[in-house]
Design a protein around this ligand. Structure first.
Ligand code: PEP
Length: 258
């Protein structure tokens, strides 16, 4: 594997009130050995209202765990009721932000164009986008999944230059594996992650594509993380369900250290 630092990011989705989020953050912090952060990047992505309290827990404990958001709006400010800007996230020290999670694409109609606008706004504001891509079960069964996923990557990165692309993370999350307990096999995940890297190489050249991190997400847990993370083009995990239990999340972080 090229010298890419692994990243384990926990997507809390719409879970945890502020008191619950503080308890979970504290449990993660208590179980987080300081030397983990010498070798792996770790982030949690709580709901908006939990971002600041969770950041406060990690900062108070001086533990090197980044905090990120699950969504953002691309406009700078103004009459956009219910939305949150990049500047607001930056102000509370968000380092990462998901864009294009399949739940947002499916349930909220987020398009490739919107994913691209969000990624560009994040880059301009100094937050690293985690660009989520992945095919549905029917797409996989139909056989055209590599074309579909690489087209999502192409659209998400349209107009983003090499220097900015290097700061971005891609998460391959097959929709049929999210929250279903049906994980992609390491070979299935590697096939798509390697196609994503080839697409990035076509757009940005080998040096940039080799520097970019590609995560796998979809029912990753402490039982399957080792084998998935052993694949050459999988540089970490985007963890949903298993990130809501501190011990499971930490076990996945430990797998990334091996
Ligand atoms: C996710 O929502 O990003 C995810 C990977 O969820 P889960 O791990 O629960 O499949």
């Amino acid at each position: 594997m090229a010298s890419r630092r692994r990243l384990i990011a926990g997507n809390w989705k719409m879970n945890n009130t502020v008191p619950e989020a503080v308890v979970l953050a504290q449990e993660i912090s208590n179980n987080f050995e300081r030397d983990y952060s010498h070798r792996v990047d770790v982030a949690v992505l709580p709901p908006y209202v939990d971002l600041k309290p969770v950041t406060t827990v990690f900062e108070f404990d001086r533990v090197d765990i980044a905090v990120g958001a699950q969504n953002v709006y691309w406009q700078q400010a103004g009459a956009y009721t219910g939305e949150i800007s990049v500047a607001m996230l930056k102000d509370i020290r968000c380092e990462f932000c998901l864009v294009g999670h399949s739940e947002r694409r499916e349930l909220f109609g987020e398009t490739n164009e919107e994913v691209n606008l969000k990624a560009k706004a994040l880059i301009a504001g100094g937050i690293k986008p985690i660009v989520c891509v992945g095919e549905s079960l029917s797409m996989r069964d139909g056989g055209a999944y590599l074309d579909y996923v690489t087209a999502q990557v192409k659209a998400a990165f349209a107009g983003i230059d090499e220097a900015a692309a290097k700061e971005c993370v891609v998460a391959y999350e097959p929709v049929w594996a999210i929250g279903t307990g049906r994980t992609a096999t390491p070979e299935q995940a590697e096939e798509v992650c390697s196609a994503i890297r080839a697409q990035l190489s076509q757009m940005y050249g080998e040096e940039v594509s080799e520097a970019m991190r590609i995560l796998y997400g979809g029912s990753m847990n402490e039982g399957n993380a080792d084998l998935l993370l052993a694949m050459p083009n999988i540089d970490g995990g985007l963890i949903g369900g298993a990130s809501l239990k501190a011990k499971s999340f930490i076990e996945i972080v430990k797998a990334a250290l091996r």
